[in-house]
Design a protein around this ligand. Sequence first.
Ligand code: SAM
Length: 234
Amino acid sequence: MTAYELLVSGLKQFIPEVSPQAVDKLLRFSDLLLEKNKVMNLTAVTEPCEVVTRHFLDCASLAPYIKEGQTVLDVGTGAGFPGLPLAILCPGAQFTLLDAQRKRIDFLREVADALELLNVTPVHARAEEFALLHRASFDLAVSRAVAELRVLCELALPMVKVGGAFYAMKAADCKDEVEAASHAFALLGAPAAEVLRYTVPYDGVERVLVRLQKVAQTPDKYPRRFKKIQSSPL
Ligand code: SAM
C-alpha cells in the first residue's frame, strides 16, 4: 500500500470523514519532515509509510476527544507530535505546540506557514516556565514521549482549566507508571486516571491514552523548578 492509501484507510478508524485537504496537508507535512530530517534530528523514521503509521495514525487516536473551539496545548511537541497532525485533522480547534528546543519550533513555524495552518502557534519555551504565565489556560493538554507520568503531569496539568483534561500517550504496559503517579494526579487536581486502549492501524502496536480529567485547581506551588520536579517527583 502507498502512504496515501495507508493514511486514508487508517484514519477511518478514528475519524468518520476526513477532507481531501487534510490528507493532502498531512502528506505535505510528511515530505517536509523527511526532507528536514536529512539535516537535523527530528525523527527516527525515514519512509513515508512509516511516518503515516508510527506518527500520523498514532496521533490521530486523540482526534475523537478534541471538540470544535477547544484550545489544545502539546507539551514537548518535538517535530510536531501529536499536535501538528491533530491541528490538520481538527481545524476548528486551536493548537499551541510547545518545545524547549528552538530548532524544532523553527521547523514547526516553517511547516505552519507552508501549509497555511492558521490554528497552530509554535512556542519555544520550557513547559514549567510557560506554565507560570499560562495557568489554567487550555481546555486540553496532550503529550507523547516526553517524560514519565509523575514528571509529565506536573508540567502539563497546571496549564489545563478545571473541567478540561490532559491526555498522555503511552505504551500499553504503563500500568506501573500510572499507579506510581496516582499521588501526583491527586495533588495536581486530577485524581482519577482513565486508561483508553487503542491499536495503531497497520502498525498493529497497542498503545494507551491516559486521560486525566481536571476537577480542581492545581495549587500555585506547582509546577516547581525542573530540577526539583526531576529530583523529587510528586
Ligand atoms: N512529542 C514528540 C514525539 O512524540 O515525537 C517529541 C518527543 S521527544 C522524545 C521529547 C521532546 O520533549 C523534545 O523535543 C524535548 O525538547 C521536549 N521537552 C522535554 N522536556 C521539556 C520541557 N520541560 N518543556 C518543553 N519541552 C520539553
